[in-house]
Write a protein that binds this ligand. Structure first.
Ligand code: NAD
Length: 481
């Protein structure tokens, strides 16, 4: 696998590689090179050079590349889906969602001539007018996680380049194949040399992007410790940063909810993508007398799930990403047993090849247990009893994370209280995965987000541009005619 720099596929200068493994079969799909500072220097120099002409290219011309890319992505949709399933393990249906959400980002960024409009105001004082425009800033970098191989990079770069910046992407070293394919399409779409660059690698590439003097801003998505590190390193080098971190997401079921649909929605949220979504539910807070019924229905639904290779269309849940993940999740389930929760369905008994776990259901979870506090990132349903909506909101707001939370109810008053008081920045009302679409902004709060300006939608336009205000007076008597 090669880097894509200045319009060419060139070998990484790194000598180390990491295996890209199909988590369903343990087959080694490829060796991903771990790039170096030299690769970053080359990519940033190419992007810096390309910026000189790209920023002067009219927005309506810049978007033609995105329109062409959209067509190419549609033509290659199923092959991207297949790659995504191969390297990540998610089901084909989930991979279709992954790729589709990515394409929607390109579609939204195609509207940049409208989204990028500034403001103007006549006569801010007598005879004086004011205009504010948004200007691109230069080279931006993106660093992305394994769990949405196709979609997450699209959260950023289409908005960056549509607004006139140039870009360097470092995808997750565990799932680089979808991005290699997408960059082949980017090349075909005819972006000028140096506008889009790809550097494969791990820590060394990340750290050099975050400290490079010619990188104006960094978008990061991944775990909270690395998000904090990226935020601190990049801001200490004077960069704009948006760093989206980990999560611990709660789902509240009120007695007036439709329990059957609520349980199904909660289960899909928790075990979809084998629990590896930043918006995955984790702990179901059963209010009042709902606990026993939720438990009964959850056990029935979770036991019925078909677990297997995501490439098989019958599969409802694929593997997790690695052997290390399997062991980490098993350790968390064991911690629940040690802390006296009830393991009602134990998904640790999968044998044979592949990094599989079956859905696990843990009951009688209490706020101080590890499974109630830590991000599990696996197919584990935690059930807890709470007396009231107030207690549920308190539990949610005591978490250091604040990515998302959901409420299941038929009460408008309860929904209003929840929307008003719950701390997470993306909320669902009778929705299990409240993922904002490309034309809204995406990002959590507290330890789930470091920075000020969130991803995509209008926030994407703001993050990748700086405002410039011009105040002007033209005296009438200065006219020569
Ligand atoms: P990760 O933090 O291990 O890796 C993310 C990126 O950081 C990768 O590109 C990786 O190469 C780099 N990286 C890893 N360790 C590093 C280090 N020590 N120094 C510098 N760079 C390093 O995350 P992951 O396991 O790939 O993804 C899962 C995590 O991402 C979960 O915590 C999940 O909640 C989070 N996530 C959050 C969102 C969100 O919107 N908040 C979305 C998707 C995923």
């Amino acid at each position: 696998m090669k880097n894509y720099i200045n319009g060419e596929w060139i070998a990484s200068t790194g000598t180390e590689t990491i295996e890209v493994i199909n988590p369903a079969t343990e087959e080694v799909l490829a060796l991903s090179p771990l790039g170096t500072v030299k690769d970053v220097d080359k990519a940033v120099a190419a992007a810096k050079d390309a910026f000189k002409t790209w920023r002067r290219t009219p927005a309506i011309d810049r978007t033609q590349c995105l329109f062409r890319l959209k067509t190419l992505l549609e033509e290659n949709f199923e092959s991207l889906v297949k790659l995504c399933t191969q390297e990540h393990g998610k089901t084909l249906v989930e991979s279709r969602g992954d790729v589709r959400r990515g394409i929607q980002m390109v579609e939204t960024a195609c509207g940049i001539p409208t989204l990028l409009m500034g403001q103007s105001f006549e006569d801010i004082a007598t005879g004086i007018d004011c205009q504010a425009v948004r200007q691109p800033m230069g080279v931006f970098a993106g660093i992305t996680p394994f769990n949405f191989p196709a979609m997450v990079p699209f959260w950023f770069w289409p908005f960056a380049v549509a607004t006139g910046n140039t870009y360097v992407l470092k995808p997750s070293e565990r799932v680089p194949l979808s991005q290699i394919k997408i960059f082949e399409l980017i090349e075909k779409a005819g972006f000028p040399k140096g506008v889009m660059n790809l550097v494969l690698g791990g820590k060394e590439v990340v750290n050099s992007l975050c400290s490079h003097p010619d990188v104006k801003g960094v978008s990061f998505v991944g775990s909270t410790p690395v998000a904090k590190h990226v935020y601190q390193l990049s801001t200490s080098h004077g960069k704009r940063v948006q760093a989206l971190g980990g999560a611990k997401n709660f789902m509240v079921v009120l007695p007036d909810a439709n329990l059957e649909t609520s349980v199904k929605t909660c289960l899909e949220s928790i075990v979809g993508c084998a629990g590896q979504r930043c918006l995955a539910g984790s702990v179901i807070l059963c209010v009042g007398n709902t606990y026993d019924e939720v438990k009964k229905q959850m056990l029935r639904a979770a036991s019925d799930m078909i677990v297997g290779d995501g490439a098989d269309p019958r599969t409802q849940m694929g593997p997790v990403i690695s052997r290390a993940s399997v062991e980490r999740i098993k350790g968390l389930i064991q911690s629940a047993i040690d802390e006296r929760a009830e393991v009602l369905l134990d998904g640790r008994n999968h044998s044979g090849k592949g990094y599989f776990l079956k859905p696990t259901v843990i009951g009688e979870v209490k706020p101080n247990m590890r499974v109630a506090r830590e991000e599990i990132f696996g197919p584990v349903v935690c059930l807890a009893r709470v007396k009231s909506l107030d207690e549920a909101i308190q539990w949610i707001n005591n978490s250091p994370f604040a990515n998302t939370a959901s409420l299941f109810t038929n009460s408008g008053a309860a929904a209003r209280q929840f929307s008003y008081e719950a701390a997470p920045a993306m909320l669902g009302l009778n929705i299990g995965v409240p993922a904002p679409m490309s034309f809204f902004s995406f990002g959590g709060a507290k330890d789930s987000f470091f920075g000020d300006i969130k991803a995509h939608g209008q926030s994407g336009v703001q993050f990748f541009t700086d405002t410039k205000v011009t105040i002007q007076r033209w005296n009438k008597d200065s006219n020569i005619w």
